[in-house]
Design a protein around this ligand. Structure first.
Ligand SMILES: Nc1ncnc2c1ncn2[C@@H]1O[C@H](COP(=O)(O)OP(=O)(O)OP(=O)(O)O)[C@@H](O)[C@H]1O
Length: 457
């Protein structure tokens, strides 16, 4: 693989000197300011960046260089940054290393030393990447429970792996059954909170008057029936993760209370004036379009910005290339084992049907259909019919037998003609261009009733 180097240097003379220092087999991009450096970072995805701290508009100082360093490390945490400083500038070099730069290099340029430093950074980047790949391979589909092969879902898994160890509030959107809760659990499992509780609450499933006390808890005697003080879901998730499913359905009054919690990180139990501090990471999900809920006045915009520090948009199964089949195969394997039918496989028509069906209920619908098919399948093959999916093969199968096709057509034509002629046999035989005895022979053969009354029974 070609090694990609980004040189961030505003001095044209130094730019060409640096280019000249390196071997031709390096893929080198040069940027002279922060904006072009960030554009190149996104476009080229360099493994190593050399960064001159003195960039415009502060070429004599280092403020612009440090801001860029911070941004590079935030956007591309695996990229190795070597800061280039002036000869006497030890202080800034140390500061840059403290911020996460991998090394520093002091001017004036010395081709051998610069090559040595840059090569070492490349080697470090490669080792880290190899390490990460190995860790991923060990973990099968990368994240426990998530079966995915499409680039769309793999990208979501990669983002999730980065987001999970942080505490950022995450919003997961997507159609019903796409795996939003599964991803929320994965965020929890991959975080430092994994040994603490994961508390989930479905905001759409709980009546409005109960949701507040479910979430925030209540004090004894705060309302009729409150015989005991009870902790709410938020408190019970202390130290762990709170998953608010169907957040788009949260009533407006509660949205204000949730916003206060997210800002101040304290809960007020119903009937109490004593705020209780709680440390939870919040993950929300919805199948609704929150932006249009905001437009219609059903969702607070300020709350939306609080809950969506990071958003994961989970695509529908039909929009993920190849996922329908790999998920169905994995479900058949697991359900087959559970139901003592481990050797079941999909027939060709089932494979075509799974790939072409739109799966409006996404993975949840798939689970139901595969479960049904695991029970219904005769023999070792699961067909499209077992899955209750439309199959193109079914009609082809009928057409394989020409005699059957002809007979079906003949039968249909006779029934149609009899109806048209009000079951008058003489007229029907004329319409069909056959003699009456021939028509009787045919109606006997196909067991077609020739009287109107009998045909209704
Ligand atoms: N990629 C996947 N691989 C394996 N199983 C999956 C995948 N995605 C979803 N599932 C399974 O499908 C079912 C539905 O997933 P989940 O409940 O996470 O969906 P959801 O988007 O939260 O649905 P809803 O919006 O209706 O609450 C679960 O049993 C889940 O384990």
């Amino acid at each position: 693989m070609t090694r990609r180097l980004l040189i961030v240097e505003d001095d044209p003379g130094l730019q060409s000197q640096m280019r000249w220092c390196f071997n031709e087999d390096l893929d080198i991009t040069v940027a002279s300011d922060r904006e072009s450096a960030l554009a190149a970072l996104r476009r080229v995805e360099p493994d190593v960046v050399t960064l001159d701290l003195g960039l415009p508009p502060d070429p004599g100082g280092s403020s612009e260089g440090f801001s860029l360093l911070e941004e590079i490390l935030r956007l591309a945490s695996l990229t190795k940054v070597i800061v280039v400083t002036g000869r006497e500038d030890k202080e800034n070099a140390v500061k840059a290393i403290g911020m996460g730069a991998c090394d520093f290099y002091q001017k004036p340029l010395d081709a051998d030393i610069l090559n040595f430093v840059v090569n070492r950074a490349f080697r470090l980047a490669e080792l880290e990447r190899e390490n990460q790949d190995l860790a991923r391979q060990r973990n099968g589909a990368n994240i426990k429970g998530i079966v995915a092969a499409s680039p769309q879902m793999l990208a979501i898994c990669r983002t999730l792996e980065k987001v999970a160890p942080t505490d950022v509030t995450t919003l997961i959107t997507g159609e019903t059954g796409t795996g939003k809760e599964l991803l929320a659990r994965a965020i929890h499992d991959l975080s430092h909170r994994s040994r603490k509780p994961f508390a989930a609450i479905n905001c759409a499933a709980i009546p409005e008057n109960l949701l507040e006390s479910e979430l925030f808890g209540f004090e004894k005697g705060s309302f009729t029936g409150a015989t005991q003080t009870k902790k709410g879901k938020i408190e019970s998730a202390n130290g762990g993760t709170l998953f608010l499913d169907e957040i788009g359905d949260m009533p407006m009054a509660l949205q204000a209370k949730l916003l206060r919690f997210l800002q101040e990180r304290v809960v007020d139990r119903v009937g109490s004036v004593q705020p209780i501090p709680v440390d939870v990471r919040v993950v929300c999900a919805t199948h609704r379009d929150v932006k249009s809920l905001i437009d219609s006045g059903d969702f607070r915009e300020d709350l939306y910005y609080r809950i969506s520090e990071i958003t994961l948009d989970v695509p529908a199964v039909r929009d993920r290339e190849g996922d329908a089949l790999v998920i169905a195969q994995s479900l058949l394997k697991n359900l087959g084992k559970q139901m003592d039918r481990p050797t079941l496989t999909f027939s060709e028509d089932a494979i075509d049907a799974i790939s072409s069906y739109a799966w409006p209920g996404n993975v949840r619908e798939m689970i139901n259909k595969v479960k049904r098919a695991t029970i219904m399948a005769d023999g070792k093959r699961v067909t499209a019919e077992d899955l209750e999916l439309p199959s193109e093969h079914t009609s082809h199968d009928h057409q394989l037998n020409l005699r059957q096709v002809r007979e079906n057509a003949e039968r249909q034509a006779i029934v149609q003609a009899l109806r048209t002629c009000n079951f008058n046999v003489a007229q029907t035989s004329r319409l069909l261009g056959v003699t009456r005895p021939t028509l009787y022979n045919l109606t006997d053969k196909y067991r077609i009733e020739t009287s109107a009354e009998a045909s209704k029974t």
